[in-house]
Design a protein around this ligand. Structure first.
Ligand SMILES: Cc1cc2nc3c(=O)[nH]c(=O)nc-3n(C[C@H](O)[C@H](O)[C@H](O)COP(=O)(O)OP(=O)(O)OC[C@H]3O[C@@H](n4cnc5c(N)ncnc54)[C@H](O)[C@@H]3O)c2cc1C
Length: 463
């Protein structure tokens, strides 16, 4: 006998993955509901990608004002107002929250405010009410994590950084991932004295070695104090701010210490144990290729499964799941060649393998590199450099990795990612006519495999 459930799909969490899965499922005619305890749109919209990128724009103006002088502009003593930025950012986020609410409503999805937890494999409890569903989707995302050190209560995470009352003048950012790197650049651009502390030898583990070193150098040129191979062992509140004590005994004062040392899947207090859902060692929900958990009718997607913690990936996982559940097409997600950007200053764009990964996977690879000063900086006088790298499997001539550090790297890499996903060869890159004058054209004009240190050149000189 068919059970009668209130819904065909009930999602916990209206973030990037949950919202897309609900909308797509409702479009197939399924009866869908979602519970959200904090904010519609989840991390990305409220305390992630969107406000972060707005902050990056804000921070970059500092350099833009300076660059303008070489083009004949006189910009008189620019001033920055933190409260104004926060107010405008908050306004935009409220607008987006409204849009998400309307998108769900117009799709016919029931939205419940509040904390949802499992009461049974088919039953969700929100406050005193319960709802039943044939399928349940856990899309609860992740939460930042501050290590257990004395004084950790004085530290903030990215969540709070978006809502600080005042702009801190001295900032320590702890961590070596992309969020730490981005915030170090944001605070530096906005005029703070910034120290970034990372316990490893170089930040951005997992990115191409050349990219990591190149960015570190560019960030130092912009005045950032990067402290690698060290860590903070304690934080104290003192009369003029906070004092961080490093593991070698050194001390450093700051007004704000922000930890971006990782995010953990948000799995506590949802009653996962009630329904016997198995977690991996890192706390992520274990799922199979079709996002099914250890409970047959319960699925999970997005940061809570900790595969690739990016918004477009959570969205793609949600769409794959809906195809499997409601369109009769069991669908896996292909995680190869997911492009990504780091909105550092200068920014990174990356797709495919790093050089180290490519050397492990293929017998022989050709590496193409280019380093140049962008045309704009011939007049601005800014000594920022751009770096590009292509990694090619010699046997097949396929371009298996593309990396860039420089302005608009995230925008440029999106187009390149299509070519890489389609399996483009180096010959096809070479046969593509460049867009001139642009930095991006360099990707189709690199002819000689790299053999020795990349010479410095300006783009004008390269032409
Ligand atoms: C500072 C920062 C910058 C980032 N920048 C980028 C970027 O530039 N590009 C990019 O692609 N990604 C970026 N990300 C990552 C991106 O935000 C996440 O990968 C994405 O939001 C994951 O989506 P999700 O649906 O898995 O979870 P989330 O978007 O986190 O949504 C989960 C939702 O579930 C809700 N929830 C949790 N538990 C319950 C419960 N029990 N009941 C009801 N509701 C619940 C939460 O309140 C939340 O709204 C960034 C993240 C951070 C923190």
């Amino acid at each position: 006998m068919m059970q009668n459930y209130d819904y065909d799909l009930f999602a916990i969490g209206a973030g990037s993955g949950g919202v897309r899965a609900c909308r797509m499922a409702a479009a197939t005619g399924a009866r869908v509901a979602v519970a959200e305890e904090r904010y519609l749109g989840g991390t990305c919209v409220n305390v992630g990608c969107i406000p972060k990128k707005l902050f990056v724009y804000a921070a970059h103006f500092a350099e833009d004002f300076e660059d303008a002088a070489g083009f004949g502009w006189t910009v008189g003593g620019p001033k920055f107002n933190w409260a104004h930025l926060i107010a405008n950012k908050n306004k935009e986020i409220s607008r987006l929250n409204g849009i998400y609410g309307r998108l769900l409503k117009n799709a016919g999805v029931d939205v419940f405010d509040g904390h949802a937890e499992f009461e049974g494999a088919h039953t969700i409890k929100i406050g005193k009410k319960t709802y039943t569903a044939e399928n349940i989707l856990v899309a609860t995302g992740g939460w930042p994590f501050v290590p257990d050190i004395p004084g950790k209560e004085h530290a903030i995470t990215s969540n709070e950084a978006f809502y600080l009352d005042d702009m801190p003048r001295r900032v320590i950012v702890v961590g070596g991932g992309y969020i730490a790197v981005e915030f170090a650049g944001i605070f530096n651009g906005l005029g703070a004295e910034v120290t970034q502390v990372y316990r490893g030898p170089l930040f951005l583990r997992g990115f191409d070695e050349d990219v990591r070193g190149f960015l570190a150098n560019e960030m130092r040129k912009k005045g950032l104090d990067l402290q690698f191979d060290t860590d903070i062992v304690g934080i104290e509140k003192v009369a003029d701010g906070l004092r961080a004590v490093f593991k070698d005994g050194r001390e450093h004062k700051a007004d704000c210490i922000m930890y971006a040392t990782g995010r953990k899947p948000l799995t506590a207090d949802i009653g996962l144990e009630t329904v016997g859902i198995v977690l991996a060692d890192n706390g992520a929900i274990k799922v199979d290729d079709y996002f099914q958990t250890s409970a047959a009718n319960i699925y999970a997607i997005g940061d809570v499964i900790d595969r690739i913690a990016l918004t477009p990936v959570a969205i793609a996982e949600g769409m794959a799941l809906v195809k499997t559940l409601f369109s009769g097409t069991p669908t896996k997600l292909n995680y190869a060649d997911v492009p990504s950007a780091v909105f550092s200053q200068p920014s990174i764009g990356s797709v495919g393998l790093t050089e180290a990964e490519a050397r492990k996977k293929y017998n022989s690879v050709n590496i193409y590199k280019s380093k140049f000063g962008a045309l704009k900086h011939t007049l601005s006088g800014n000594d920022e450099k751009t770096f590009m790298k292509l990694i090619v499997d010699r046997a097949s001539d396929r371009v298996v990795g593309v990396h860039m550090v420089g302005p608009d790297a995230g925008e440029i890499i999106q187009g390149i990612a299509v070519a890489v996903k389609c399996g483009a060869t180096k010959e096809q890159f070479d046969a593509t006519i460049g867009v001139h004058p642009s930095a991006a054209e360099e990707f189709v004009t690199m002819r000689e495999p790299f053999t020795e240190p990349v010479p410095d050149s300006t783009q004008a000189a390269v032409e």
